[in-house]
Design a protein around this ligand. Structure first.
Ligand SMILES: [Cu+2]
Ligand SMILES: [Zn+2]
Length: 160
């Protein structure tokens, strides 16, 4: 039920955003430079909505974050820096000292290696420009500082 309500709300927010701002489309690249999907970002009254579509991933939960620097360079996307954290907090929704603005819910990859997600980030799109969106090899545990034990950075997109 909660899931239904939140996805309905997200849908409405995306609809409203589509009336008021020009969304941007970004490409998620693997460390070898292949496309692993894309994301569409749009301003809304509540922040920025992200509509993500990905493929060729391992099934299961994968961490997803906004990282502070818009540089996706091989071999490991370390150039993207830490999670976007303008409020100087620790990592994780379940951390009493959390969480980063760049912390996002895990994406669920199906048995066919694809995933779709709609997410709302509590920051204006203009604030996210020049940063990056990253998918990790493992799930974010929502608690371990600074990155939720989510493993390697496997896909990266510059938010232009
Ligand atoms: Cu990350
Ligand atoms: Zn974080």
């Amino acid at each position: 039920m909660n899931r239904f309500i939140s996805s309905s709300l997200t849908f409405i927010l995306i609809f409203l955003a589509s009336c008021t701002s020009a969304p941007i489309q970004i490409t998620l690249l693997s460390t070898q430079g292949f496309s692993l999907g894309s994301a569409r970002l749009a301003d809304s009254s509540e922040g920025t909505s992200i509509e993500l579509v990905a493929h060729s991933l391992t099934p299961g939960a994968h961490g997803l974050h906004v990282h502070e620097t818009g540089r996706c360079e091989a071999p490991d996307f370390a150039t993207a820096g830490a999670h976007y954290n303008p409020e100087g907090r620790e990592h994780g929704f379940n951390n009493p000292l959390g969480h980063h603005i760049g912390d996002l819910p895990n994406i669920e990859v199906g048995p066919d290696g694809t995933a779709q997600a709609r997410i709302l980030v509590p920051a204006k799109l203009s604030e996210l420009r020049g940063r990056s969106l990253i998918i990790h090899a493992a799930a974010d545990d929502y608690a371990t500082d600074p990155s939720g034990n989510s493993g390697a950075r496997i896909a990266c997109a510059v938010i232009r």
